[in-house]
Design a protein. Sequence first.
Length: 207
Amino acid sequence: IYGIVWVGLGLSIFQQFVGINVIFYYSNVLWQAVGFSADESAVYTVITSVINVLTTLIAIALIDKIGRKPLLLIGSSGMAVTLATMAVIFANATVNPDGTPSLPGASGVIALVAANLFVVAFGMSWGPVVWVLLGEMFPNRIRAAALGLAAAGQWAANWLITVSFPELRNHLGLAYGFYALCAVLSLVFVWAKVQETKGRHLEDMNV
């Protein structure tokens, strides 16, 4: 039974380790660092937030039709591709005299599109679906403690990603490479661990 607790904790940690909150917390700083003006960065930040909200509606529409696990796998795949794209672009970015990256020409647009597609992939899957799973997967006798542990793990992971990013601002290729790796690992985790729990505590779930 306690294996399901570790599954919940793993889902919570991976939800944060893909770097979603870096996009939200540091969006203005990120886009200014690669050449967009402050006004443009503010507009793109708002657009990204709106996309996140709207794509949650996709999850609401699909979660009972195609299942929790397929949505998570689709989301992990999309996040891995978009984060890897951003990692490659930033790894090959021009470096300014102050050490900040610059993305001239089409590379800046590609990075912007990839970032928003990453938000789409997250918003339709790992954003809402993890919370649905956490609400459904634990037996009643351990629900409160298990949810508390999962929430604590999520906040700890969020803190680690948030405080580590400022040190990686001048190494964005490395940062997004790590997030891409976590997206790939999240796919493997869901494929293996959620499958293991099927037939035990998730027997009534559409996974």
